[in-house]
Ligand binder design. Structure first.
Ligand SMILES: Nc1ncnc2c1ncn2[C@@H]1O[C@H](COP(=O)(O)OP(=O)(O)OP(=O)(O)O)[C@@H](O)[C@H]1O
Length: 228
């Protein structure tokens, strides 16, 4: 489903952000990517989204060769991916329903289908009663649920979450992680970049640890490795 083969990425300045990274993630896995600030986690996410191209090495996601993919095929490739960020990135002047529906309008789903799909995804994320609310009327945890609904509405095979609990308190963080786990149990491959040590240790999932652009450990049912 996701294969990185000896991938390096150097920016114009500084040491390479990724340096010879190889990683294979199978369909249906739940994987945490952890590591210090600057270890290369965001760079890896950007490479998987094809926002960046590696300096060397190969990346294959869902059968797409992301080094050689043609530009016009990138939007279609990205439909396989849902993405959630630390800062939610909701449309502030639109209500919950519209924030989620928007992702379907972009790919020209009919209004009739949108009216069926949006309530059903809002029920899955536990927001059925809040469809008229604007983002500012919601808690951080609720806003992240809207973002997750938006990421899932087009039924991606892979969900990428970049620090999804970075702005949340422990209770909401835990609820969001449980929701991601449930989504994974329903068949979506889930990758979560996080600094949340307690959650990583408690969840007993695969943990890939990065340091200075290399993978220093990759463990099934792993934990958060302390620095030094
Ligand atoms: N656009 C850029 N130009 C130059 N260097 C960059 C750029 N983006 C990232 N870097 C550098 O690449 C390295 C890896 O950065 P990256 O953002 O991937 O780390 P990270 O693990 O996601 O960090 P954080 O946890 O703080 O988000 C860092 O040394 C960073 O300074």
């Amino acid at each position: 489903m996701i294969t990185l083969n000896n991938v390096s990425k150097a920016y114009a300045t500084g040491a390479p952000a990724l340096n010879g990274v190889s990683l294979h993630i199978k369909k249906g896995e739940f994987v945490f990517i952890v590591g210090d600030s600057g270890s290369g986690k965001s760079t890896m996410i950007k490479l998987l989204l094809r926002e960046l191209v590696p300096t060397s090495g190969d990346i294959n996601v869902m059968g797409y060769d992301l080094v050689r993919i043609r530009h016009r095929k990138i939007p279609k490739f990205r439909r396989n991916l849902g993405i959630v960020f630390q800062d939610f990135r909701l449309l502030k002047d639109r209500n919950v329903y519209e924030n989620v529906a928007f992702a379907q309008r972009i790919i020209q789903v009919s209004n009739k289908e949108i009216k069926r799909n949006v309530p059903s995804i809002l029920a899955i994320v536990g927001l059925a009663g809040k469809y008229k609310a604007k983002p500012r009327q919601l808690s951080g945890g609720e806003q992240q649920r809207v973002a997750i609904a938006r990421a899932l509405i087009n039924q991606p095979s892979i969900l990428l979450a970049d620090e999804p609990t970075g702005n949340l308190d422990p209770k909401n963080s835990w609820e969001i992680m449980k929701l991601l786990e449930q989504i994974n149990e329903n068949g979506t491959t889930v990758l979560v970049v996080t600094h949340n040590r307690e959650i990583v240790n408690a969840m007993q999932k695969r943990v890939v640890t990065m340091k200075k652009g290399v993978i220093v450990s990759d463990e099934e049912k792993g934990g958060y490795i302390d620095e030094d």
